[in-house]
Write a protein that binds this ligand. Structure first.
Ligand code: LMR
Length: 398
């Protein structure tokens, strides 16, 4: 049966974890995958989550099946975070939300639903984009192309190029947008640019698909939702995939959601009925535990405040690592300007390191990064930062 099966390459991001785990060098550092660790290099279990988990474990609840789209309390908590608790879309019943297996699962059920809806559409992702976007939409059967996004010269967004490209697209094209903390570049659109993107989507009849995996990691929960809020105010229909992997440090629980904004409550009913068919044929209905903790935290004023404080702590620590890295690289006598690292947003820095330099970081220094030069700042801490800065400086100086 398997004689003709070819060996597939390792996943460009998660494959790095496999290689890192197999590395026996004690000083190794994993700057590959987008995971936050604290100053001791440990993935935190947030205190708010711990409290919710303890209460849940103590309650010893039975484990029946969940609704196909997840429990209403969870779905409603997701909607409030994304659209704002006072959103007219929510009160009008214009939002379909389904619990999903992380942000990736949300993208996948959204992609499968879209494929049934518009089988001939093409999907456009930013150049560059998260490594899994292309593979994910292709595996749903779409042809995937890039739209211009990152400008390496300015380390910012080539907005003119992006906008004119979007203006050339056929109606019904699906455009995948990073709502905040662009992965991998850390270069986000300004609020004014988002407003222009909304108008282009309207004028061209595009299908916006916002991917929101890092809400709270740039400026704050509401500030980071500006793209979602602008699309909400536009009257357009659109998709949002969201994730609690990072914001709740619940990576392995796979807690995310797909939300779809419709034109009316009646449309919501029809869209939900189809989305449920997609979910049922993928994994039937979602798991209980992670989503129950998120819902418990978000529905308790005390735990929610605790979570917001912890999220702000993660955000601030990443910022400190950004400035710390810039200073430490400079202190190594590197002439090349790395100050852009402090301006980028979210967990990542698109360092400009070449694939060859990344390879040297791995082979000589045991420092793992994505071959595109993306590093995860959230994995730096006060102990490994000097070592990483020294290694980058050596690699850059050649
Ligand atoms: C990343 O980009 O590293 C994260 O989103 C984790 C993943 O699933 O790739």
């Amino acid at each position: 049966i398997f004689a003709a099966v070819e060996l597939a390459p390792r996943d460009p991001i998660l494959g790095l974890n496999e290689a890192f785990n197999a590395d026996t060098r004690p000083f190794k550092v994993n700057l590959g995958v987008g995971v936050y660790s604290d100053d001791n290099g440990k993935i935190p279990l947030l205190a708010a989550v711990k409290a919710a988990e303890k209460a849940r474990v103590d309650a010893m609840l039975p484990r029946g099946y969940q609704p196909i789209e997840g429990p209403a309390a969870y779905d409603s908590a997701v909607q409030n975070l994304l659209f704002g608790a006072d959103s007219a879309l929510i009160s009008n019943g214009q939002v379909v939300t389904a619990q999903a297996l992380g942000g990736t699962g949300a993208l996948k059920i959204g992609a499968d639903f879209l494929k049934r809806l518009n089988p001939e559409s093409k999907v456009y992702i930013s150049n560059p984009s998260w490594e899994n976007h292309r593979a994910l939409f292709e595996s749903a059967g779409f042809e995937v192309e890039n739209y211009p996004y990152y400008d390496a010269a300015t380390r910012g967004v080539d907005f003119a190029g992006m906008k004119s490209f979007l203006q050339s697209l056929a109606a019904g094209s699906v455009i995948v947008l990073h709502a905040c903390c662009h992965n991998p570049t850390g270069a986000d659109l300004s609020d004014a640019q988002w407003a222009e993107v909304v108008e282009v989507c309207r004028a061209q009849g595009l299908v916006p698909f916002l991917d929101m995996a890092y809400q709270g990691f740039a400026d704050g929960i509401d500030a980071d939702a500006v793209a979602v809020r602008l699309f909400s105010a536009s009257g357009l229909q659109f998709f949002v995939s969201s994730s609690f992997s990072k914001s709740f440090s619940l990576y392995g629980e796979r807690v995310g959601a797909l939300s779809i904004v419709t034109a009316s409550k009646e449309e919501t009913g029809r869209v939900l009925s189809q989305l449920k068919r997609v979910i049922r044929t993928n994994y039937s209905n979602p798991p209980i535990h992670g989503a129950a903790m998120v819902a418990a935290v978000l529905s308790s004023p005390v735990l929610r405040q605790q979570w917001e404080d912890e999220l702000a702590g993660m955000r601030d620590r990443i910022r400190a690592m950004r400035t710390g890295l810039v200073e430490a690289i400079k202190a190594q006598g590197v002439e090349q300007d790395f100050s852009f690292v402090a301006q980028q947003r979210g967990m990542f820095s698109y360092t400009g390191l070449t694939a060859a330099q990344v390879e040297v970081l791995k082979s000589e220094f045991g420092i793992y990064a994505v071959s595109t030069g993306r590093i995860c700042l959230a994995a730096l801490n006060s102990k490994n930062l000097p070592y990483v800065a020294e290694a980058i400086a050596k690699v850059v100086k050649g």
